[in-house]
Design a binder for this molecule. Sequence first.
Ligand SMILES: Cc1nn(C)cc1-c1nc2c(-c3cnn(Cc4cccc(C(=O)N5CCN(C)CC5)c4)c3)c(Cl)cnc2[nH]1
Length: 287
Amino acid sequence: VDQPLVPKQFHLGMFEIGRPLGKGKFGRVYLARERTTGFICALKVLYKSELQQGTGVEKQVRREIEIQSNLRHPNILKLYGHFHDSKRIFLILEYAGKGELYKHLRREQRFPEWKAAQYIAQMAAALRYLHRKHVIHRDIKPENILVGIHGEIKISDFGWSVHAPNNRRNTLCGTLDYLPPEMIKSGSKDNWYNEKVDLWSLGVLTYEFLVGEAPFEDTPIMTHKRIARADMTIPDWVSKEAKDLIKKLLVLDPEKRLPLEEVQNHPWIIKHCVKGERAANREKPLK
Ligand SMILES: Cc1nn(C)cc1-c1nc2c(-c3cnn(Cc4cccc(C(=O)N5CCN(C)CC5)c4)c3)c(Cl)cnc2[nH]1
């Protein structure tokens, strides 16, 4: 059974709290073990005082709980349950054995093509699952991806998903790098409710995995301009297949972006799927 934490009512006394795993804008995460079952999880602690500063974060947390607890996919971080006390909200999250992807990316500078392709294939599978359930993530970036013990990636942080951020201020306080043109242009916001926004971010992610920096990285003003024109250059040393995929995702017109099914069948992805990886390592001959 992959839902070992079954009881509906959780409370802090059920957990032994371990080392801090990390902290974000709105909370800290600790390694935790459920006392009776020994089940290891990550406990995210949010202080109600910090959330109640009217920045709409409380709604985001409610949305994160409502959405993520109904999702079950190997490339999406599970939210097993939540509870609160007088001062704090606790999210019981799946423990990702290899931590935050962006730290791996910074340490390795950039990923080899086979690893980037495997990650993008997993992202495409997770996004297809989300879009089939009418969930749009809207905040795909390395900081929101964790790595499981077997090296598989897990999308986390659903604070921005489904309904577009209802006030641009929140959106713009994060990095602009991943925002699609339709979300940085003023004017009609109905495109914000279109799942194609995640396709653009998938293109930005592919570029950053391979190059080590985002395609439109610049001063905020210039980033804004460059996104609006899809103005980026892909270094020559990036393979032509990878270039082709990036160019088919970073398309201004949301309707013209490569659909996820075609991302999964793209030659660059096929070439580096599990069979390809062995070939790439030239060790074990294909059976
Ligand atoms: C570290 C580590 N090393 N090893 C070997 C394993 C880990 C590990 N960490 C986690 C974590 C974890 C920890 N911190 N973080 C970062 C963090 C912590 C708290 C809040 C945030 C946050 O506010 N976010 C919102 C903004 N977006 C960009 C970002 C999200 C963000 C996640 C989780 Cl949730 C699950 N499993 C883990 N495993």
